[in-house]
Design a protein around this ligand. Structure first.
Ligand code: NAD
Length: 365
């Protein structure tokens, strides 16, 4: 039976890297039945919505999607499609492996960490009060009168909810990932010394969950210390579980440590639904130039293969991508010693090179 998967090319450079990813996924020999659907700025301009109901319906039906990046206008226009998708399907776990492949120029060649970011709570919940609004004034008065907390008259306010439920399920997801992927340790990152009732709660729950998983080592780090240690001794870290905002920031730190955004894959996973996408955005200035690196989405495809139980094909595709990067010839501009290196290949030629490598790696079993 082929795997039926919703396929969303996205916008900007999305369609180019999505097409390259589709080709390498098919070259593994695994059978897919793609359900092509639209999301992003192009469909917004035509239909007035960046995320048509038919796209949501397709994901509801297929339960698995792979998605190219989509543009979110800053300040005006439509809301983030990614935030909308995470909410619609309660995709509470964002899993972002950051592994430095041989051949990539990085100061941190030992990096092999997996970031597990909570996706639904925290300052990202979008509960905000504009400085000049009546609600914000009422909230400031409440804080002053009831709690004796002085908030300046000219302050806006954002709220940071962190629940026992949300913390439990993300920390469980981190331990599950560690157990299923042969990892040895989970580190919980927080600022519990300062935010006792939110980060403190997260840490307390993490410790309780850790007791249920004795085969995996557990430790915690204050987030600023974690950032310091990630760039001084990255080899000490393995799976790192974080509340939403810290997870967002540390994901880009991790991407930088492994050679750039073009290499950082991701998966958004909930109970029964999963959407696979790169960490990076739509890089619109390169749209249509067949230039950007499709590795991040291809590696997101590797994560999807594993999610679908296609372990052998996933390992083969990862090896083929790693081999192209190791050889360093048929790679995109961002993986060359200088950005204007004339030997850099385009997005689709990178896919050709991966397909060539795949053909040379015999399927096992
Ligand atoms: P971006 O990740 O699109 O690009 C930043 C820079 O990183 C690019 O200019 C390029 O130099 C480099 N880069 C990114 N992807 C690359 C790749 N595959 N290969 C080589 N180099 C690459 O970030 P941005 O410019 O801040 O965002 C552009 C748009 O994407 C915004 O509208 C933003 O909201 C959106 N966005 C979407 C997603 C998503 O769909 N998951 C994620 C992040 C940002």
């Amino acid at each position: 039976m082929p795997h039926r998967v919703t396929f969303i090319p996205g916008d900007g450079t999305g369609p180019e890297i999505a097409e390259a990813t589709r080709r390498v996924l098919e070259a593994t020999g695994v059978e897919f039945e793609w359900d092509f659907q639209e999301a992003g700025i192009d469909v917004f301009e035509r239909e007035g919505t960046p995320l048509p109901e038919r796209t949501l319906e397709s994901i509801r039906r297929n339960k698995v999607a792979i998605k190219g990046p989509t543009t979110t206008p800053v300040g005006s226009g439509h809301r983030s499609i990614n935030v909308a998708l995470r909410q619609a399907f309660d995709l509470y776990a964002c899993i972002r492996p950051c592994k430095a492949y041989e051949g990539v120029r990085t100061r941190f060649p030992e990096t092999d960490i997996v970031i597990v970011r909570e996706n639904t709570e925290d300052l990202y919940a979008g509960i905000e009060f504009e400085r000049t609004s009546d609600e914000c004034a009422r909230l400031r008065r409440f804080l002053a009168d009831e709690l004796g907390a002085r908030v300046r008259e000219d302050a806006g306010i954002s709220i940071k909810p962190i629940s026992v439920f949300g913390s439990q399920r993300i920390v469980e997801a981190a331990f599950r990932y560690a157990e299923e992927n042969g990892r040895r340790k989970v580190t919980a990152a927080h600022k519990a010394n300062i935010m006792k009732f939110t980060d403190g709660l997260f840490l307390e729950v993490a410790r309780q969950v850790a007791e249920r998983h004795p085969s995996i080592e557990f430790e915690d780090r204050i987030i600023d210390n974690l950032c310091n240690q990630l760039v001084t001794r990255p080899e000490e870290y393995d799976v790192i579980v974080l509340p939403n905002l810290y997870g967002d920031i540390v994901s880009d730190l991790g991407a930088g440590m492994i050679g750039g955004l073009g290499l950082a894959p991701g998966a958004n996973i909930g109970d029964g639904y999963a959407i696979f996408e790169a960490t990076h955005g739509s890089a619109p200035k390169y749209k249509g130039l067949n230039k950007v690196n499709p590795t991040a989405l291809m590696l997101s495809g590797v994560l999807m293969l594993r999610y679908l139980g296609e372990m052998e094909a996933a390992d083969r595709l990862e090896r083929a991508i790693a081999e192209v990067i190791r050889k360093g010839e048929k790679v995109t501009y961002d993986l060359k010693p200088t950005r204007d290196d004339p030997t850099a290949v385009g997005t689709s030629e990178f896919a050709d090179a991966v397909i060539e490598e795949l053909a040379a790696i015999a399927p096992s079993g």
